[in-house]
Write a protein that binds this ligand. Structure first.
Ligand code: F6R
Ligand code: MG
Ligand code: MG
Length: 370
């Protein structure tokens, strides 16, 4: 069995929260080369979207494996040291603990991991996002694996016609449920339409019995008990031969749907599919970006990446995202641009409530006529 792991963290931004410094990426690539040489990893590729470094790794240790998570943790320690030396912004911001213990759960870095037996040809797409939250994958996963208007294979491919099952996490109460699509589509949508709380964690093919998708699901703000940065999720999707084709996996991103994130993690904004070269959110710390790195996996080796949104067929989505950004920005501090009070990552409301408590006057109840 091969495991594909993406482990990511923001260990310092260049400039502000917009990008990763090339020295940090170079250090990550060097550490990956050493880990391949030492036999820990089969292969590895370091990439970034916005201010987050992603380590895309193949190995045989399975998900949640101590040696792989420990390697990533220490690598992020090294990139933090570089960030501190260069005075980069928010150095080490996602490393929430002083010491590593066992695996990365609850420690700050995000990860998506998928274990599988390699098919004769194994196309996978690694999605990296910045300035948004894990629930941002709910809408595209629904379209890829449950919407026949997106994925023709659900109707005309006999290996897909039985549908897929969606594993959904409740991030507030730490519980999970599995929905069967298409039979339980409406139940599924009731939950995943609320992506701040309910997040698709994995998708499985009912016909092949194979896991097709895995997402990262930490809510960093909740883990830390205070705001420390948006979670900036990653996702792995396997494609073709009874799973959605590469083009069906990418199709949902032709629509720049609205996500929570952007400035101070507290605004709705369109998600913009971009090439690696354009994955540096600047305007209003946005719009939130997503990149898609395609690989063929052969004997565990990562053949690639192909920068899949580096394609003029996504120009319209980018133009539309800019239009949406203009429209939403004109709302300034008003909803629905600004998130609802309970979803704000930054707020002054508690202080205001205390300071203004005695200025609020109770109003006399309105007499009810008999
Ligand atoms: C959003 C994000 C940025 C920061 C913003 C303010 O996920 O990281 O939008 O929230 O730049 O940052 P501070 O408070 O560090 O000045
Ligand atoms: Mg940052
Ligand atoms: Mg980020």
């Amino acid at each position: 069995m091969t495991t594909l792991s993406i482990i990511k963290a923001d260990t310092g931004g260049f400039v502000g929260h917009s990008s990763v410094h090339p020295d940090m990426l170079a250090a990550a690539s060097e550490a990956l080369r050493e880990a391949i040489g030492d036999g820990l990893l089969i292969d590895g590729h370091a990439s970034s979207c916005g201010d987050d470094i992603s380590l895309i790794m193949t190995h045989e240790h399975g998900p949640d494996a101590e040696p792989v998570h420990s390697f990533a943790w220490h690598l992020f320690g090294q990139t933090t040291t570089i960030a501190k030396r260069l005075g980069l912004y928010g150095a080490g911001q996602d490393l929430l603990s002083d010491a590593f213990s066992g695996n990365l759960r609850g420690m700050g870095p995000g990860y998506a991991e998928l274990e599988f037996t390699e098919r004769p040809s194994e196309p996978v797409i690694c999605f990296l996002a910045d300035k948004t939250e894990p629930g941002a994958w709910n809408l595209p996963l629904y379209k890829m694996f449950a919407d026949p208007f997106n994925t023709a294979g659900l109707v005309i491919d006999s290996k897909m016609h039985a549908g897929f099952s969606f594993e959904v996490y409740d991030l507030y109460e730490e519980k999970r449920i599995v929905f069967d699509a298409p039979a339980q589509l409406y139940d599924l949508l009731m939950y995943i339409g609320a992506p701040a709380r309910y997040v698709v964690h994995s998708v499985h093919s009912k016909t092949l019995g194979e896991q097709a998708a895995a997402t990262s699901t930490q809510r960093l703000s909740l883990i830390a008990g205070k705001y420390v940065g948006k979670d900036d999720p990653v996702m792995i999707v396997r494609a073709q031969s009874g799973l959605p084709a590469v083009g069906e996996v990418l199709e949902p991103f032709a629509f720049p749907y609205s996500v929570a994130g952007c400035m101070r993690g507290s605004h709705h904004a369109p998600i913009m599919p971009v090439s690696i070269a354009q994955a540096h959110p600047a305007r209003f710390d946005g719009p939130p970006r997503i990149v898609a790195l395609g690989f063929q996996i052969k004997d565990g080796k990562l053949v690639g990446p192909r920068d899949l949104f580096d394609d003029p067929s996504f120009d319209r989505a980018r133009a539309q995202a800019n239009e949406m950004m203009d429209y939403l920005r004109r709302h300034g501090p008003f909803e629905p641009h600004r998130l609802a009070l309970e979803d704000l990552e930054y707020t002054t409301m508690r202080q205001l409530e205390e300071r203004l408590a005695d200025r609020w006057e109770a109003m006399a109840p309105v007499a009810v006529r008999q």
